[in-house]
Design a protein around this ligand. Structure first.
Ligand SMILES: [Zn+2]
Length: 104
């Protein structure tokens, strides 16, 4: 925690200071339809900055930002009794329901 980026246009900044677009790029994510897929086209990042990719992903999840509209997601009971780790649940944490529908 607290480490700053040592490359790129946001060099010297911490994860919490970065905008969503840049974080999404750092996390190597691309939205294809309603699927958030890993985009490994940026081989330089993958080969040299894997730890940064993981940190960017953690930051995006921590901020609860919708990948489609880039707005903050409402807090859903993350301690739901029947909370599961299945795919639908995972998707609902990354996109607004209406954004999922808009993309379908
Ligand atoms: Zn949204």
């Amino acid at each position: 925690m607290g480490a700053t980026l040592d490359f790129g246009k946001n060099k010297g900044k911490q994860m919490c200071e970065l905008d969503v677009g840049y974080l999404t790029w750092l996390a190597c994510y691309t939205l294809v339809g309603t699927h958030m897929v890993t985009n490994l086209d940026n081989t330089w990042l993958v080969q040299n900055k894997l730890h940064v990719i993981y940190r960017a992903r953690k930051e995006l999840i921590k901020r609860r930002i919708c990948y489609h509209c880039h707005r903050v997601l409402p807090v859903i009971g993350r301690d739901r009794v029947n909370g599961s780790q299945n795919y639908d649940d995972w998707l609902s944490r990354l996109l607004h329901i209406k954004c999922v529908k808009a993309l379908s």
